[in-house]
Design a protein around this ligand. Structure first.
Ligand code: WTA
Length: 695
């Protein structure tokens, strides 16, 4: 046990801690050897062997680094940034920010004036330092037995060919490129190729519908859309190109026409024959891209030039284009990856997320590749052909770091442990969790069964907006508590505030905010800086508001409790209730809809929709299906409601506001907790709803 390590003890008394460091009382107890695990205080210590070899191997090492990171952020991050390649160093203060709207517009800048390129830092820099022949990507297809790989130098060749092609068709620095691809190697290749020439990629998860894709295309007006003809998910082939065609037709109606639709022929799913084709616009990747040279000069960009846009859900129907810039994001994604997973060059790393989400941006592509890691890219679904697929892949590639979402852990947990134990998994040394709170029982199963009680779990709390990890264990540094994301990463100052925006100290719960910027922070919402300020900086003056609830326990550990706004988190995917509602009301037979999140055993949260039909329309199973289909078509299958609850009326205040608090209680069957219903315009609708619960 670290706790008994005497060497650690005397250092603490000498350590001067940053203000607010009282929050870290558990870490002091660990240093002093007083941290004791008990039933209420379930502390799980890293093994001595693990801690000894870790980048950060003790609480006081963390506290020293953390102290510097918040007292001198510019100095702390400049030292780290200097390890990357800069064509020209920044000539202005490393960081300048305004986090307080009362003092003017919100702005965040890191390393302004510095010239760099993230693709160069991912590929060329690693190749020059001797990693040319190291595997960059191990690719595993949907069907077992289908695999491929690329070394760093092969990856660079492919990226350069695509960069050259894009330049040739007129893509310039600052132009947007939409990428709608499944987890083929071509997905990270396309991201890196855009970054190399200074183009701004906007990856759209290939599970989004044509309507959602069109909405994003109309918003960012790309010159080129990159896709493939089809993809296999489990036993089913999905024709992605048809979805893109429909989206492009829809965008054209809105006045946005795209010059080129570059289509990769994904032969494993479907041959190119039979693919619908628009001459002049559609181009087969394989017919052109491989003909281009395998070298391509880098476009040096300012640290504050945009790197990518990624749309995410908010509390209104319109998705928000989260904009990340180059320099700060590069430094932050790389550094968080290195420390939170205790990454070493000998590791083989696998993150099950799709590049269509932020996790795939920061922790499939950029973070790992900036560290020169070997990354597994998996096209398929983790339960196909059976629930053992993940561990089969882990054994095959000797995966050492495995990063996934609680929803997958919970779904595998329901199956027999034999699916896990029939594989060795002895290569594993660190596990990771992301996307939603991981409940303690899932945490324990992950730790005990998957990790054989040997591998620390990094439960990483962060958001599309934050670019990288914010609250996360450093796996060798301190004991974990199952279900807690533990302590802030370097430079991150989480605060918990009450409704009035007043910081609460000590053991408490409230709204999670962040004080002052970190390099990976998003800089704006594309084309709507005002919405950026209103959504994130105005709710609590002087802070960035995360939208999450959080409590801090007596030892200073953070426990994320879920969204406090109108966003629900289904299998780790963010979905705005307003988006689902607007899809439902677009159905000709739906008059009104109200959507709430409800606890779901596997998905974390399920989507529960109250639907009022147009006058005289009878309830029917067929109509229920057709409503669900409308949502699948408009947003994507992952947003399909789990339950449609017929509602002759919705509980509203006299001013017409839907009382979601009451709907949430009805949805979760907590009928004795409905609270005060006297302010409702029509109190009887509550009884009607209760009666119809099981219809
Ligand atoms: C939730 C995903 C608890 C949270 C990286 C956040 C989490 C939202 C965790 C962001 C975690 C993410 N524990 N909750 N470890 N990680 N969340 O933008 O509600 O898709 O606000 O980014 O997911 O979702 P997003």
């Amino acid at each position: 046990r670290m706790a008994t390590d005497n060497k650690l003890r005397h250092v603490t008394s000498m350590l001067e801690l940053p203000s607010g460091a009282g929050k870290f009382s558990a870490l002091h107890a660990v240093i002093l050897g007083e941290a004791l695990a008990s039933e209420e205080n379930d502390l799980i210590f890293p093994s001595d062997d693990f801690a000894r070899q870790a980048h950060v191997s003790s609480p006081q090492q963390y506290l020293e680094m953390y102290k510097r990171s918040v007292e001198d952020p510019a100095g702390f991050w400049s030292d780290i940034a200097s390890q990357f390649y800069w064509k020209k160093k920044w000539d202005q203060p490393a960081c300048s920010e305004n986090f307080d709207f009362r003092k003017g517009n919100i702005s965040i800048q890191w390393f302004k004036g510095g010239l760099t390129n993230i693709c160069y830092n991912c590929l060329d820099r690693n190749i020059e330092s001797g990693n040319a022949d190291k595997i960059a990507i191990y690719w595993e297809g949907n069907d077992p037995g289908l695999e491929d790989s690329l070394t760093y130098s092969q990856l660079l060749d492919r990226v350069c060919q695509l960069s050259n092609y894009l330049k040739d068709v007129g893509v310039k620095k600052g132009d947007a490129v939409v990428i709608y691809l499944p987890m083929l190697m071509e997905l990270p290749i396309a991201m890196l190729a855009c970054a190399r020439i200074g183009a701004v990629h906007s990856v759209v998860f290939a599970g989004f519908s044509s309507e959602s894709l069109a909405q994003r295309i109309v918003d960012c007006k790309p010159k080129v859309v990159i896709t493939c003809n089809a993809v296999k998910r489990g036993a089913k082939a999905i024709h992605l190109k048809d979805i893109v065609d429909a989206a492009l037709a829809e965008s054209a109606k809105n006045g946005i026409s795209v010059d080129v639709c570059l289509t990769y022929e994904n032969e494993n799913a479907m041959k190119r024959e039979g693919t619908k084709w628009q001459e002049g616009r559609d181009v087969w990747w394989q017919d052109f891209v491989p003909k281009y040279p395998t070298t391509c000069e880098v476009e040096w960009v300012d640290a504050e030039d945009p790197l990518f846009l990624l749309y995410t859900s908010g509390s209104t129907g319109k998705p928000k284009g989260v904009l990340h810039t180059t320099g700060g994001y590069m430094v932050y994604s790389a550094t968080t990856f290195k420390y939170a997973f205790d990454y070493k060059p000998s590791d083989v790393y696998w993150c099950t997320a799709d590049c269509g989400w932020i996790t795939g941006h920061s922790y499939v592509t950029y973070g790992p590749m900036l560290n020169g890691a070997s990354v597994v890219v998996f096209e398929g679904t983790p339960t196909y052909p059976d629930a053992g697929r993940c561990w089969d892949i882990v054994d095959k590639f000797k995966v050492t770091i495995f990063y996934t979402a609680p929803t997958l852990v919970r779904s595998l947990m329901r199956e027999s442990d034999k699916f896990v134990t029939r594989y060795s998994r002895k290569s594993l040394r660190v596990l990771g969790s992301v996307g939603e709170p991981i409940n303690p029982s899932a945490w324990r199963w992950f730790f005990n069964v998957v990790g054989d009680s040997r591998c620390p779990i990094s439960d990483t709390w962060w958001q599309t907006e934050t670019g990288g990890f914010m609250i996360t264990p450093l796996p060798g540094a301190w004991p974990q508590k199952p279900g807690s994301a533990t302590f802030p990463f370097f430079g991150v100052q989480p605060v918990i505030v009450d409704e009035k925006g007043v910081e609460i100290e000590g053991e408490c719960s409230g709204y999670l905010c962040l004080k002052s910027s970190w390099p990976g922070a998003f800089r704006t919402l594309y084309g709507d800086h005002e919405r950026y300020e209103t959504t994130y900086f105005k709710p609590f003056a002087g802070y960035y508001f995360t939208g999450d609830g959080c409590s801090r326990d007596k030892d200073g550990y953070h426990w994320l409790t879920g969204r406090v706004d109108d966003v629900i988190n289904v299998s780790g995917h963010r979905i705005g209730t307003a988006e689902v509602e607007s899809a439902l009301v677009s159905h000709p037979k739906c008059a009104e809809a109200a959507v709430v999140g409800v606890e779901h055993e596997v998905k974390g949260q399920g989507i529960y929709a109250f639907v009022t039909l147009v006058e005289g329309e009878p309830y029917s199973e067929e109509l229920r299906k057709s409503l669900i289909l409308t949502v699948r078509k408009q947003i994507g299958a992952f947003a399909a409601p789990d339950k449609i609850h017929w509602a002759p009326g919705l509980p509203k205040t006299r001013s017409g506001k839907i009382m979601r608090r009451i709907l949430r209680k009805i949805a979760s069957k907590q009928l004795d907790e409905l609270g005060d219903t006297s302010t409702l315009a029509e109190p009887h609708v509550v009884e009607q709803l209760i009666e119809l619960a099981d219809c």
